[in-house]
Design a protein around this ligand. Structure first.
Ligand SMILES: Cc1cc2nc3c(=O)[nH]c(=O)nc-3n(C[C@H](O)[C@H](O)[C@H](O)COP(=O)(O)OP(=O)(O)OC[C@H]3O[C@@H](n4cnc5c(N)ncnc54)[C@H](O)[C@@H]3O)c2cc1C
Length: 461
């Protein structure tokens, strides 16, 4: 078979692929972009966009339910009816608008050919899609990850949902059991609790969202439990069986065995890279022990001319890290830049309500670093904006390198924390000493105005 020749091939239309393909095409390169399932990948179809649309519906339910505390509605509270079909339809419409926009953009881009099908390597620089073979000197892999499905005894005897299949749900579960108490599991827990379902989170570690400092794990647990989410930690030996009215989920704790009956089960136990289907060894592209593609600081793989961007390279697991991968590769290819992945600090949010905004290192990591570190912390009750809005849950914490005065990291849990954290991110990007923020005048009453106050009273860690 003679391969069709392109200047560049992009595999996957996640958060890096489309922008990169358009940039390559705009530079006059004949570019093929290959997608096996849906344009926009995880973020648009079964990740950020649909979940944050559901978060928005869930917040409205919560606000209506708590309205009487603000003097709105009858003292007994406003009745909340939850129409899951309408909620899903709204979510689907937001997703469709995004996918349609992307489809239009790609179809109107000169030099760019969209090819539907699963790509796999058959040789270095040669990819097969169905009956076609394509070759290119430059290949960019943006094929993402998919939900992990662990081997719990009995799992395949019961119906279960993943973050993908739950997107088709248009009924309210009687009782949603979620295995996994990290970012994805906790967001769904609050969403479905606010919709009115009984929700239980079963987590194997001793605390939820264990990558964060213990005090944030505890605060997040308290926020969710106050809304009625049941959280079981340190659960092991999870096993499942079909029951007449749903699913029996058994587990073991130190103090003995436990069991619950759920109508629906959601697995939220991590994501694994879509590397198997790509037949990477045929192109001399190396993966690590967990299957992620090994890349250097410029996102080059072990095969010359082949790059890996987004979740599949294991260097980030977010839409913004994937898009930033595109920016790094494009700047290095087209602008002679020398951008490196290791130059960006870790940054992300947990979109429960109130959200957690994170950048840089945690207090635990600061302790392990051996550096002299200054720490500042403040409860959200100190913020005027938070009091006025009646949302004083959470706290702010910031870490400073005592020697360089640079900000090492921050964790903000509370109202608007996902936005306010960007003030810190900008200071870090500018490599500004923390005094710059400490002497800043903020606008009253906002949450960001509290940053100088937070930095007033720094103590050695
Ligand atoms: C429930 C959930 C909520 C999330 N919320 C957030 C959030 O709020 N903020 C945030 O920043 N991140 C969030 N994320 C993470 C975010 O969705 C991903 O990090 C982001 O989509 C980046 O993915 P990507 O670009 O690596 O690839 P993906 O978006 O996963 O896209 C990969 C694409 O490649 C295609 N593909 C795979 N293999 C092949 C092949 N062999 N041939 C052809 N095509 C192929 C797939 O079909 C897919 O379309 C969330 C994820 C989940 C699951």
């Amino acid at each position: 078979m003679t391969a069709e020749h392109f200047d560049a091939i992009v595999i996957g239309t996640g958060q890096a692929g489309p922008s990169l393909a358009a940039r390559l095409a705009a530079a006059g390169m004949k570019t093929a972009v290959i997608e096996r399932e849906h344009l926009g990948g995880t973020c648009v179809n079964d990740g950020c966009t649909p979940t944050k649309t559901l978060v928005a519906s869930a917040r409205v339910a919560h606000v209506v339910r708590t309205a009487s505390a603000f003097g709105i509605g009858p003292e007994s509270g406003l009745a909340v009816t939850v129409d899951m079909q309408k909620i899903k339809a709204r979510k689907d419409a937001v997703v469709k608008a995004s996918v349609d926009g992307l489809a239009k953009w790609l179809s109107e881009t000169e030099n760019l050919t969209l090819i539907w099908g699963e790509a796999r390597f058959v040789a270095p620089h040669v990819v097969r899609v169905g009956t076609r073979e394509l070759s290119a000197p430059k290949i960019f892999i943006n094929a993402g990850c998919r939900p992990s499905v662990p081997d719990f005894p009995g799992l395949h005897d019961v119906p279960f949902l993943t973050n993908t299949s739950i997107m088709a749900l248009d009924v309210l579960p009687r009782h949603l059991a979620i295995i996994g108490g990290s970012y994805i599991g906790l967001e769904f827990a609050q969403i479905y609790r606010r919709f009115g379902a009984e929700v239980t989170v079963i987590e194997g570690s001793e605390r939820v969202i264990r990558r964060e400092d213990a005090e944030f794990s505890e605060s997040i647990r308290a926020i969710l439990e106050a809304e009625g989410v049941r959280i079981i930690t340190s659960a092991c030996d999870i096993h499942l069986a079909r029951a007449p009215d749903g699913i029996e989920l058994g587990y073991r704790l130190e103090q003995g065995a436990g069991q619950l009956n759920a109508s629906h089960l959601l697995l939220a136990v991590g994501r694994r890279p879509n590397t198997e289907a790509l037949d990477l060894p045929l192109a001399d592209i190396k993966t690590d022990a967990r299957g992620f593609i090994v890349v250097n600081d410029r996102l080059e793989t072990s095969a010359p001319g082949v790059f890996a961007l987004g979740d599949i390279n294991g260097r980030g697991a977010f839409t913004h890290t994937s898009y930033n991968d595109y920016e790094i590769v494009a700047s290095n290819l087209f602008e002679g830049a020398k951008r490196r992945v290791s130059d960006r600090p870790v940054a992300y949010a947990l979109f429960i309500d109130p959200p957690l905004g994170r950048v840089g290192i945690t207090e635990d990591e600061a302790r392990k670093s051996g550096k002299a570190v200054l720490i500042g912390r403040m409860p959200m009750t100190r913020s005027g904006r938070a009091s006025e809005r009646g949302e004083t849950l959470g706290m702010m914490k910031i870490l400073i390198d005592a020697a360089t005065q640079q900000i090492l990291g921050a964790s903000f849990l509370g109202i608007e924390a996902d936005e306010v954290i960007h003030v810190v991110m900008m200071a870090m990007a500018a490599r500004a000493p923390y005094l710059t923020l400490k002497t800043m005048m903020g606008i009253h009453p906002t949450v960001a105005e509290m940053l100088p106050t937070l930095l007033q009273d720094m103590k050695p860690l």
